[in-house]
Write a protein that binds this ligand. Structure first.
Ligand code: ATP
Ligand code: MG
Length: 779
């Protein structure tokens, strides 16, 4: 074969070159973050093509996301100096298996046009099954069964292969139901996501001729992020590679973060056993991060006992230390990060200017995103959410908002349609059509139509009963929304009543909670046993929290519709917001890591677990997070977070203590010294909240922050120095005065109307707000 020049090899270090040039036989590249594993893998593809070892369609290359696959393909093209056509087998495990299974579907009793069920379809199917088996799906929810079956499929167990030790699963009926579910799928000519791999492994195991065909076809196999493969994926790879053994896997045991989804780090260790004589390449030079960042990450991961252990080095210039900052609360944290991003954009403190594309915020839990999204929308900072919908686009948020919409406007038919059978109320398509027809016939809204239908007894059974409950609820909630809700803190009379302990009305946050509870919506997710359910409940809490900055439900809904309207897919630089899980393999010059607090990161679940497994996985996530940063890493935590309108005091994460002091600079929140923003943020006048805050200030979390700050004392939180503006102060506002609002930032008063102020905000435009939420900057 003609030897073409391979200039891409010149960009590699010796160890990488070794891994790229060892084209034949098994290769395991085991190395830390940022050492150029993915780069080496990409060069290896280029080299295979360039040396004529394989054609593009003879290379099987597995990446963790479709995005990573696209990028890899582009890079191969760039390395070769020409676009690469036809790499059909470069993709995720799932995308590759779909293609294979379409070709061989009949071997597992399917037709080649089988459907792939999404989670909703799958749950619906399991529910039908539970019904057929007379199993109460309230006690034994379909989602739980789905979790059990998924767990078995990830281990590549067919129903008859599930080991006896698992027989007790799902009230002793798991295996039987798994079997029935597989039969039903076959009848429907359908598969679920996990089946894609399971079926392919089954086919390869039962049909050696088919396996051989692919063993020959895929001359070379490459796998990125190998540490996160599960057993089924591992078996599939092993089967395919056993012929020629030309398999190259790259991974980092310290970045294994999908244990909760069945990934097994053990696969790395097994590799050397299964592929005897494997060429093991270790890379130690990190090309991504500055020494301070690298040292911080290495020190954190050193806390894990179960690791293979490796040291990284870099020859980059020293750069900035890892920055650590504690904030009074979560809002404060979001505001500071917003300002900091803008400062970095301008190029402050002798740093180069950073474009928004170069910055990312990596959160532990997706519910943390809301605070940032709201803040960025307010100040007009373009952002994108990677690996998931933006907060207000999430299913549970849209559902909850549909409830609020129906309550504030009973005519909102679209919203009513969304919630009428969510949670399930036994109102199927037929019943819903009936409601539609009645409404159309009488020329009224769906809510009204439903009422008429009930009165006319046009609907019966469970559905009728549940519909009546829903309509009564809507009526009750609407009434409360119209007449009774106000913020106790906004209204002087009420504040007095509050102090006396007698509550005559409720806040719109309370109403929101009541709507979600009484409608059964919260319970729907509480009974849901999928791994996503806790996150959805957190998001709902976050939603209720978001209401706090608004006067009533209506005001909030208006804000959101504006937000959604403004949202453009405009091209241009944007800050990325994503979870730590989604950030795997990526890199950014400047990274923000907020919410480093015990209970959030590490998660409460990991902390409650006996043994170290959960905690060690969280620590690996911390390592993944820090090592995404090239030049600037900023870790932050808040002393307080508000959950359901209640302050909760937070301890800085135990991982904060694991950061090596000599590589960390503790920043001081500007607000704490009256510098920086110089304004007091508003504080509710509710006594209980104040008490809670005072406690929080004495909490060990704040004390630890104080200790860490060393010579720089952390002074009183701003709130406790700046008195909440009372009724008198409100009347003392004057037109032309500069004020500060927690949500909208600085602005100038242009009109006063009772307790409402019209303010031209510097960033958020002109808005009417309640005076209680406005403070005068502290001089
Ligand atoms: P992760 O574990 O986070 O997935 P990785 O080991 O895959 O990291 P890469 O993403 O391949 O690392 O590389 C990290 C950065 O270092 C990239 O910007 C890459 O271009 C650069 N890089 C890798 N190898 C070299 C090299 N030999 N010379 C210069 N830069 C390199
Ligand atoms: Mg990589």
């Amino acid at each position: 074969m003609a030897a073409r020049p391979s200039p891409y090899l010149d960009d590699l270090n010796l160890a990488q070159r070794e891994a790229v040039e060892a084209l034949d036989g098994p290769v395991l590249m085991l190395a830390g973050a940022g050492t150029g594993k993915t780069k080496a893998l990409t060069c290896r593809i280029a080299h295979l093509l360039n040396t004529g070892r394989a054609r593009p369609n003879e290379i099987l290359s597995v990446t963790f996301t479709n995005k990573a696959a696209r990028e890899m393909k582009d890079r191969v093209g760039r390395l070769m100096g020409q676009a690469v056509e036809g790499m059909p087998w470069l993709g995720t495990f799932h995308s590759i298996c779909v293609k294979l299974l379409r070709r061989h579907a009949e071997l597992v009793g399917l037709k080649s046009n089988f459907t792939i069920l999404d989670t909703d379809d799958q749950i619906r199917l399991l529910k039908q099954l539970l019904k057929a088996y007379n199993i109460d799906d309230k006690r034994w929810p379909a989602r739980q069964l789905s979790g059990v079956i998924g767990h078995w499929k990830n281990r590549c167990w067919l129903p008859e292969q599930v080991p006896g030790g698992e027989a007790a699963a799902f009230n002793n009926r798991g295996i039987e139901l798994y079997k029935a579910y597989q039969l039903r799928l076959r009848e429907l000519n359908a598969v679920d996501f996990d089946d894609l791999l399971l079926h392919m492994v089954t086919i390869f195991q039962r049909h050696p001729d088919v396996l051989e065909q692919y063993q020959r076809w895929f001359k070379y196999i490459l796998v990125d992020e190998y540490q996160d493969t599960n057993v089924a994926q591992y078996l599939w790879l092993r089967l395919l590679a056993q012929g020629h053994r030309n398999i190259c896997c790259v991974g980092d045991d310290d970045q294994s973060i999908y244990g909760w989804r069945g990934a097994e780090v053990g696969n790395i260790l097994r590799f050397e056993k299964d592929f005897d004589g494997a060429h093991v390449v270790r890379l130690e030079q990190n090309y991504r991060s500055t020494p301070h960042i690298l040292a911080a990450a290495s020190n954190v991961i050193r806390g894990n006992e179960s690791r293979l252990g490796k040291e990284l080095w870099t020859d980059k210039d020293e750069g900035e230390k890892v920055r650590l900052i504690g904030h009074w609360d979560g809002d404060e944290e979001a505001r500071w990060i917003g300002e900091e991003i803008e400062a970095l954009q301008r190029g402050t403190r002798g740093l180069r200017p950073y474009s928004l594309d170069e910055m990312a915020i990596l959160v532990r839990a997706s519910h943390q995103m809301r605070g940032f999204e709201d803040r960025f929308l307010t100040i007009g900072l373009p952002y994108r959410v990677i690996g998931g919908p933006r907060f207000y686009e999430r299913q549970e948020i849209r559902d909850a908002m549909a409830y609020f919409r129906v309550v504030t406007s009973n005519d909102d038919d679209l919203a009513f349609e969304r919630i009428v059978n969510t949670p399930k109320r036994g109102l199927g398509d037929k019943a819903q059509q009936n409601i539609q027809q009645t409404a159309r016939h009488h020329g009224v809204s769906l809510v009204e139509g439903a009422r008429i239908l009930l009165d006319e007894k046009g609907i019966g059974g469970k559905g009728a009963k549940e519909l009546r409950i829903l309509l009564d609820g809507i009526e009750r909630w609407s009434e409360v929304a119209r007449t009774h809700t106000s913020r106790a803190v906004l209204d002087d009379d009420e504040a007095v009543i509050d102090d006396g302990g007698a509550r005559t009305s409720m806040t719109h946050m309370e109403l929101a909670e009541i709507i979600l509870d009484e409608s059964g919506y919260t319970a729907m997710w509480q009974n849901d046993k999928t791994p996503e359910a806790p996150g959805r409940l957190e998001n709902l809490k976050e939603l209720v929290k978001a209401l706090e900055s608004f006067e009533n439900l209506q005001g909030f809904l208006e804000h959101v519709s504006l937000v959604m309207d403004n949202e453009s897919d405009a091209e241009g630089a944007k800050v990325s917001i994503m979870t730590l899980h989604a950030a795997k393999g990526l890199e950014f010059p400047a990274v923000f890591l907020p919410g480093w607090e015990d209970g959030l990161f590490p998660s409460q679940r990991a902390m409650d677990e006996s043994g170290l497994k959960g905690l060690e996985e969280e620590r690996r996530l911390a390592y993944v997070g820090i090592t995404r940063a090239e030049e600037i890493a900023t870790i932050s935590f808040a002393g307080n977070r508000r959950v359901y309108g209640q302050w909760q005091s937070q301890m800085p994460s135990r991982f904060v203590d694991e950061l090596p002091e000599e590589h960390v600079e503790v920043l001081t929140p500007p607000g704490l010294y009256g510098g920086g923003y110089g304004a007091a943020s508003p504080m509710s006048s509710r006594l209980d909240e104040r008490a809670a805050s005072a406690d929080a200030y004495n909490s060990p979390g704040w004390k630890r922050l104080q200790e860490r700050s060393g010579s720089r004392p952390v002074s009183q939180p701003r709130e406790s120095r700046a008195p909440v503006i009372d009724a008198q102060a409100i009347s003392s506002h004057t037109v032309g005065e500069r004020v500060f609002h927690q949500k909208f930032g600085y602005g100038e008063i242009i009109g006063i109307e009772g307790d409402k102020l019209e303010i031209a905000f510097d960033k958020a435009g002109t808005k009417k707000v309640v005076a209680k939420f406005v403070t005068t900057p502290n001089d």
